[in-house]
Design a protein around this ligand. Structure first.
Ligand SMILES: NC(=O)C1=CN([C@@H]2O[C@H](COP(=O)(O)OP(=O)(O)OC[C@H]3O[C@@H](n4cnc5c(N)ncnc54)[C@H](O)[C@@H]3O)[C@@H](O)[C@H]2O)C=CC1
Ligand SMILES: C[N+](C)(C)CCCC(=O)O
Length: 474
């Protein structure tokens, strides 16, 4: 069995993954859970092969790999995204850790002079124990985005990954340990809603940073409110990407693909409502469809693959359901939107679908209003800037937005008028760690990345110093 796996592993999907080391990390080491109830199987999205906790063959194939490759491959096997993307995710994660390690030494307060020689100063102090709750779309990167600023500010963090992607967060814990982080400062606890609830309600937890869906985010906020805990919420989106006729069309098409098809479209900040000025609609559609059809879907561990498998079967069915509903509501499928079965026999049960472009969309359609979280782009025509900004803002979400134009004044005017936490001008979905990321409206609040995130993981103490006598009124 082990030999068979060794044979297929280099460069291709596994079919089975055995995880024998415990995935919880507590007080500086991997530990078995104290109690194991409601355990659910985890499947490899590309093959539907189960992760087998019972066999001794543990990550052996990964051992000789440098850590970056090892984490990326495990991420691919667990999440289904392409290896090309997973490697970038891991790079973004270490860049985030280096960035906040650098900022840690720059944490500083303010000195305020007061009358009579008195003065005050402020100190940035940690909050205490912070909880991070992660989603399944960027398992390792989310763990880094939350823990790096938390630890840099002097907090401890207990991180709960999504139960669909339990595998890589514990490696981050091992890396921190190796780098000298004291035992217990970063812990990993596996589990689902019940575990998340316990963490949010725990009286010793000072803050919860959550990434996931809006309904769960609301619950996290409610629970945290009861304990007056601080909260950061990174929730969903239905972001607009606005393409004006004066754009560089080649780049606009590339931007639309980046805005829709990373991680099989399972990205919270995706620009899934693509508004295209009517005059260039035919050229845009021709080019975007041509390139979407050319996206190589298949074994996510192969370097040539550009799109892997969706996270699980119910989610794949939900996304395909959105496409069927869109058709019923009058949308035209220009390409994709169907279950995809790769020719490799190992992958026939994988959760693949062909990336989809929908034309003939209207603002009132479900596919345009709701977050699909899959590779489905809805294209909408528009006439004027005023009209498109109003339509772009007509949503309860506000995570991201984008605009393609060569008119510099228009670009900044539109960026100012869009109600979203990020606006990309002439690009989409790049996320340098130096730049704050977070939502407006129901997409959440608080920020990740950038200097500002220090404020979300620390509290300000004011120290007031008297240099003279106390002025006593009594
Ligand atoms: N904003 C984003 O990046 C993401 C958005 N989503 C959206 O959410 C949908 C559902 O995905 P799920 O993974 O089910 O998201 P979810 O919001 O249910 O889960 C996110 C995290 O919260 C935890 N959780 C669930 N219930 C909880 C509770 N009551 N208290 C505390 N923690 C709890 C989960 O175990 C997981 O770690 C997706 O289809 C997508 O639309 C999903 C993942 C990421
Ligand atoms: C890295 N990026 C910008 C493509 C997505 C990160 C946000 C998320 O967790 O979905």
């Amino acid at each position: 069995m082990a030999q068979a796996i060794l044979d297929v592993m280099p460069g291709a999907s596994t079919g089975t993954v055995q995880v024998s080391d415990p995935l919880n990390f507590w007080a500086g080491k991997r530990v078995e859970p104290r109690q194991q109830k409601n355990a659910e199987p985890v499947f490899e999205p590309a093959t539907e092969g189960a992760f087998r906790p019972d066999l001794l063959f543990e990550y052996r194939w990964f051992r000789p790999l440098e850590k970056r490759e090892k984490i990326a491959k495990l991420e691919v096997i667990n999440n289904g995204k392409s290896i090309t993307e997973a490697l970038v995710d891991i790079d973004i994660a270490w860049q985030c850790i280096e960035y906040y390690a650098g900022l840690a030494g720059a944490l500083a307060g303010q000195h305020v002079q007061l009358p009579g020689g008195a003065f005050a100063y402020t100190r940035r102090e940690p909050l205490g124990v912070c909880v991070g709750i992660g989603a399944w779309n960027y398992p390792f990167q989310i763990a880094a985005w939350k823990s790096a600023p938390a630890l840099a500010c002097g907090n401890a963090m207990v991180f709960k990954p999504s139960p669909f992607t339990p595998v890589t967060a514990v490696i981050l814990a091992e890396i921190y340990k190796e780098a000298g982080v004291p035992d217990g400062l970063f812990c990993v606890v596996q589990g689902g809603a019940e575990t998340g609830t316990i963490l949010c309600q725990h009286p010793k937890v000072a803050k919860v940073s959550f990434t996931g869906s809006v309904p769960t985010g609301k619950k996290v906020m409610e629970m945290s409110a009861k304990g007056v805990k601080q909260v950061t919420l990174e929730l969903g989106g239905k972001s607009p990407l606005i393409i004006f006729k004066d754009c560089d069309l080649e780049n606009a098409v590339r931007g639309a693909l980046m805005a829709n098809f990373l991680t099989q479209g399972q990205v919270c900040c995706n620009g899934t409502r693509v508004f295209v000025q009517k005059d260039i609609m035919p050229q845009f559609l021709e080019e975007v469809v041509k390139r979407t059809k050319a996206i190589l879907v298949g074994d996510p561990l192969l370097d040539s693959t550009r799109m892997g498998a969706l996270i699980n079967k119910p989610h794949l069915e939900k996304v395909l359901g959105f496409v069927s509903q869109a058709k019923l509501q009058g949308a035209r499928v220009l390409c994709g939107g169907e279950r995809f079965v790769p020719s490799d026999p190992k992958l026939v049960n994988g959760y693949f679908m062909s990336p989809c472009v929908l034309d003939n969309c209207r603002d009132d359609m479900t596919c345009v209003k709701e977050e699909i979280f899959g590779p489905v782009m809805s294209v909408l025509p528009f006439d004027t800037e005023e009209e498109v900004v109003q339509r772009a803002n007509n949503t309860t979400f506000g995570l991201a937005s984008g605009v393609f134009t060569r008119d510099i004044s228009r670009a900044h005017r539109v960026a100012e008028n869009l109600e979203a936490g990020t606006c990309f001008i002439n690009n989409y979905n790049i996320s340098p760690v130096e730049v704050p990321f977070g939502g407006y409206k129901m997409s959440g609040f608080g920020r990740e990345n950038g200097q500002v995130t220090i404020e979300y993981y620390s509290q300000l103490k004011t120290v007031v110093v008297e240099m003279g006598d106390v002025d006593n009124y009594f």
